[in-house]
Design a protein around this ligand. Structure first.
Ligand code: RUQ
Ligand code: CUA
Length: 765
């Protein structure tokens, strides 16, 4: 059996030869040939060179994109545009076991509305936590437009930890946006509705329907939103839209725009002109400007009103205390984006060709001088449009959103109707460049473009339609994210990426080196609560206990077995399975699936996951590991046996399919001894080198040592059985001893390859 380990070695050598041969075949075709064959231009080659990432290469930036109706967040790299992960947020996702294990079900259950479990979300705007207005790479927030909710994702493991339900809104859009030190996560309404859960007729729209901005308090130490320390500011029933937090000069303020300040109510079915007609009559809508720092003080001073057990600063209080103002903004505005220095606020009107640049300094001066142009029907002071404007620039038809460059005064605006991105200078008010995209751009995103120090380089256009960009896959087309190089004067389109999950709205990109995700959990971890799981168990201590009528199975997962392998319970029992993945090696995730109970778990190294379910019917339910984790992954299996009530076991022992003799045992031992010699040579190779300088190798060596310890245990059992002449059990345990050796050899070879590829040095002989 030395041959098996040798086989692993030979296979890798053969693979090496294979590669060499293929390379030779490729080299027969020159770059020119390939260009001709695929119809590529020099410009295409340049674009390819800017995005192509050879194997093992890493990206400069990581993008967190909303996954739209999928209720998830997509993670991809720039410039490669390779998708790295879908983070399950509002929607069950089997691969991550999200919504299938007890721990994550608890997170999803936090998002229930009126006791109802929701199985999707409409995610729009992700926000990365900030420190002094810079992304710090610690937390990610995302909103659900359809069911006003905000989720908290930990960027240490890219898992959703919390969902909070807005206590007063029935619809939202302008979230999630964070204040410069992540004191608050902002969420603003979209469609006005009564704060109460009661029926209120539309005839009372002006008086009882309301908008609001909620400031969710984020506790950084706990890594959780604190609903009890969060508050809202009551707003008129205008359709509030996007928000942004002020920064530097404008820190302490937040801005939320709106449309349909006409407060028009449609009703085509009764012959009324539709919403779209009535909501676009006026030439201007309102930008709301709120002093959130002062608002938080007012709440602390007890000036808020409790509505649905939540602190709300009423409009009357907000007006009296001077924390809420309105500024007219051109027709049906959409994006509102504060410049990196916090001095300007750019608003784009969907039905206008202009982008309006407001000066915070001017706004502030008018407020300080109490110089108002009037009040709205609710008595909120309105600042004069002309007096607050820095400039207005004609950027194209249907401007939506703005993103800032690393170069001062440069901004990019998405132009929906024209299908373009316009690059312009907002200080001087002039257009610099335009590029066509495909098609109908919504948001756009530059690298760290909404922080105090945008990074430039790249811009992504998040398009609403793909139409003819990709191979047809039916009437529902993929989404199209286009990568644009913005490092030069002229914008260059360099990549099209189809996204087949949901309509991504906003996305945020962070320098990859700011993220420090972990590789494994400390063993026995409840990742959703970020604490040791009460259900963790150490190898060798696996057990079954009945408590309060529930059969708790405390099990472990490791290559390549599930402990226990046989679980027997009586029909009608409730079982609660708890599995701890006791692996320490990188990327050794085990899954767990069983027939018929909608149970599907993912246990990453160190994690403890649980599944509680009732077994109604007697029967045989095979279970297995769903991740191809090792050569004997298919053998990572077991049975849940559900016996009929009152079942009496027959007096019969298990029938073995194969019986073994001393000869079999000796043969197996000989194989194991040969295998050990190969392992020893790999160990010698590794320990002769500076392997301790390589963290991944240290982890692999630790893991291999574990496997060899298990091998030693199995060896002892085999020898004990052999001593008592039980050749059957002796041979089976000798086989298990060999299995541990194979795992040790596998890991050893991974370590050896790593050392070779990273030019490890010989340190002792
Ligand atoms: S949206 S295309 Cu942010 Cu929901 Cu603008
Ligand atoms: Cu564990 Cu397959």
């Amino acid at each position: 059996m030395k041959s098996t380990v040798k086989k692993i070695l030979t296979v890798s050598t053969a693979f090496g030869i294979g590669l060499a041969w293929t390379a030779a075949a490729w080299s027969a075709e020159s770059l020119d040939d390939v260009m001709k064959r695929r119809g590529l231009t020099q410009k295409d080659l340049l674009a390819a060179a800017k995005t192509y990432t050879p194997t093992g290469g890493r990206d400069e930036f990581l993008v967190f994109s909303s996954g739209g109706q999928s209720g998830q967040v997509l993670v991809y790299g720039i410039p490669s545009m390779r998708i790295l992960k879908y983070i399950a947020v509002f929607t069950p996702e089997p691969w991550q076991g999200y919504g299938f294990d007890d721990e994550s079900k608890e997170v999803l259950a936090q998002g229930k509305i009126d006791g109802k479990q929701l199985n999707y979300g409409d995610t729009h705007h992700p926000a990365i936590s900030e420190t002094n207005g810079e992304y710090d790479g610690e937390w990610l927030f995302i909103n659900d437009k359809a069911n006003p909710r905000v989720a908290v994702i930990d960027l240490k493991d890219f898992e959703t930890k919390q969902i909070v339900v807005n206590p007063i809104m029935k619809s939202e859009h302008g979230g999630a946006f964070v204040t410069p030190n992540t004191e608050y996560v902002i969420e603003a309404t979209q469609y006005a509705a009564p704060y109460s859960k009661d029926f209120v007729p539309l005839s009372k729209f002006n008086d009882e329907y309301r908008g609001a901005v909620t400031y969710w308090k984020f506790n950084r130490e706990k890594g959780r939103i604190e609903p009890e320390n969060s508050f809202s500011v009551e707003l008129p029933p205008y359709s509030q839209d996007l928000s942004d937090a002020g920064k530097l000069d404008s820190d302490g303020w937040s801005f939320t725009n709106s449309f349909c300040t006409e407060r028009y109510i449609g009703g085509i079915e009764s012959g009324r002109p539709p919403f779209e007609a009535g909501c676009s009559q006026k030439d201007t809508d309102f930008l709301h400007m709120i002093n959130w720092k002062r608002a938080a003080e007012l709440v602390a001073e007890g000036k808020a009103t409790k509505i649905n057990d939540h602190d709300v600063i009423t409009m009357d209080t907000a007006i009296k205390e001077g924390i809420l103002f309105l500024i007219p903004e051109p027709k049906s505005p959409h994006g509102v984006d504060v410049s990196p220095d916090g001095k300007y606020i750019i608003v784009a009107g969907k039905l206008d060709t202009h982008a309006s640049v407001y000066s915070f300094e001017k706004m502030k001066a008018l407020i300080d001088a109490k110089d108002f142009a009037g009040t709205d029907p609710y008595g909120i002071p309105i600042l004069d449009l002309k007096k607050t404007l820095h400039t207005q620039v004609q950027v194209g038809l249907g401007p939506l959103h703005n993103q800032y460059d690393s170069k001062p005064c440069i901004v990019y605006t998405s132009i929906y109707v024209d299908s373009q991105v316009t690059k312009w200078n907002y200080c001087e008010g002039k257009v610099l460049d335009k590029i066509s995209i495909h098609y109908n751009i919504g948001h756009l995103m530059s690298m760290e473009g909404d922080t105090v120090s945008p990074k430039g380089h790249y811009l992504v256009s998040l398009n609403k339609l793909a139409i003819d960009r990709f191979n047809p896959v039916g009437p529902l087309h993929p989404q199209n994210h286009q990568l644009i190089d913005i490092s030069n004067d002229k914008m260059e389109l360099i990549y099209d990426m189809p996204l087949p999950l949901g309509e991504p709205h906003y996305a945020v990109a962070i320098s990859a080196d700011k993220l420090k995700p972990k590789i494994r959990y400390s063993t026995g971890w409840n990742s959703r609560k970020d604490e040791r799981s009460e259900y963790r168990v150490r190898p060798g201590r696996e057990r079954t206990e009945v408590a309060d009528g529930v059969t708790h199975v405390y099990g472990t997962l490791i290559r390549s077995h599930i402990t226990p392998e046989i679980i027997q319970v009586e029909e009608g029992s409730t079982v609660s399975l708890h599995f701890t993945n006791v692996e320490r090696a990188e990327d050794e995730t085990h899954g767990f699936a069983i027939r018929g109970f909608d149970v599907n778990l993912s246990a990453e190294p160190g994690k403890t996951v649980s599944a509680t379910f009732k077994v109604d019917k007697p029967g045989v339910y095979p279970y297995y590991c769903t991740e191809f984790c090792s050569a004997l992954h298919l053998e990572m299996q077991g049975y849940l046996l559900v016996t009929p009530k009152g079942y009496q076991a027959e007096e019969a022992s298990l029938q073995e399919g194969q019986s073994y003799s001393q000869e079999d045992f000796d043969k197996q031992v000989k194989a194991n001894t040969d295998t050990q010699a190969v392992i020893d040579s790999v160990v010698e190779y590794i320990t002769a080198r500076n392997f301790k300088d390589f963290d991944p190798v240290v982890a692999l060596v630790e893991d291999a040592t574990d496997q060899l310890n298990f091998a030693a245990d199995a060896k002892k059992k085999a020898e004990d059985y052999a001593a008592s002449g039980d050749w059957q059990n002796a041979t089976l345990w000798a086989q298990q001893w060999f299995q541990y050796q194979v795992k040790a050899a596998d890991i050893g070879l991974r370590a050896k390859t790593y050392l070779d590829q990273n030019d490890a040095k010989v340190v002792n002989q």
